[in-house]
Ligand binder design. Structure first.
Ligand SMILES: Nc1ncnc2c1ncn2[C@@H]1O[C@H](COP(=O)(O)OP(=O)(O)O)[C@@H](O)[C@H]1O
Ligand SMILES: [Mg+2]
Length: 152
C-alpha cells in the first residue's frame, strides 16, 4: 500500500512508472469514477514525452500514441463502456503488442493480470490524498518494489 498525498506525489509516481515501463507491459488502473485513473495515465504519457493534451478515451475506447511524440508506443484504453462481451482482439488489441498498454477499468474485460501487468487500484476521492494498492505481475515485482520504496 502506498499513500499519495497530493497531485505532485501522483506526478512523481507517473514519472517513475514511465521510467520503468517497457513495450509489452500493461498498467491496469482500477478505482471509482474520479479516483484519478485518467490523471495518472496523463502523467505517465507526459513523462514519456507526450506534450499535447491527453483526452480521456471513455468514448474512443482506445487512443494510440506513437514515437516520436512518446519515448515508447503507448495505447491508452478505457473499458468502462464495455460489458465484458467484447473481446480485446475486436478492439484491435492483441497480447504481445509492442506497446505499453495503460488500461482503465480492466475488470470490464475480465481483468488483465499477467506477468507483464502492474495492477494498481486507486482509492480515495476526497481532496488530493489517494491510496494505491498494487498487484505487480512477476516481471513488475522488482520494479514496483523499487518505485514504492522510493515514494514512501
Ligand atoms: N492525488 C491525486 N491524484 C490524481 N487525481 C487527483 C489527485 N488529487 C486530486 N485529483 C483530482 O481528481 C480527479 C480525478 O479524475 P480522473 O483522473 O478523470 O478520474 P478517473 O479517470 O479515475 O475517473 C481530477 O480532477 C484530479 O485533478
Ligand atoms: Mg478516467
Amino acid at each position: 500500500m502506498l499513500t499519495i498525498g497530493s497531485t505532485d506525489a501522483m506526478q512523481r509516481l507517473g514519472q517513475r512508472l514511465a521510467d520503468a515501463a517497457r513495450p509489452g507491459d500493461t498498467i491496469a488502473l482500477s478505482g471509482d469514477l474520479g479516483a484519478g485513473k485518467s490523471t495518472l495515465a496523463r502523467m505517465i504519457l507526459n513523462a514519456l514525452g507526450f506534450a499535447g493534451e491527453v483526452p480521456s478515451p471513455t468514448f474512443a475506447l482506445i487512443l494510440p500514441y506513437d514515437p516520436p511524440e512518446v519515448r515508447i508506443p503507448v495505447i491508452h484504453a478505457d473499458f468502462y463502456r464495455l460489458d465484458g462481451a467484447m473481446e480485446l482482439e475486436e478492439l484491435g488489441l492483441d497480447a504481445g503488442d509492442p506497446a505499453l498498454l495503460i488500461a482503465e477499468w480492466p475488470e470490464r474485460v475480465g481483468g488483465l493480470a499477467g506477468p507483464d501487468t502492474l495492477e494498481l487500484r486507486i482509492t480515495g476521492s476526497d481532496a488530493s490524498e489517494r491510496r494505491i494498492d498494487a498487484q505487480p505481475g512477476h516481471n513488475w515485482q522488482a520494479r514496483w518494489q523499487q518505485i514504492a520504496g522510493e515514494l514512501s
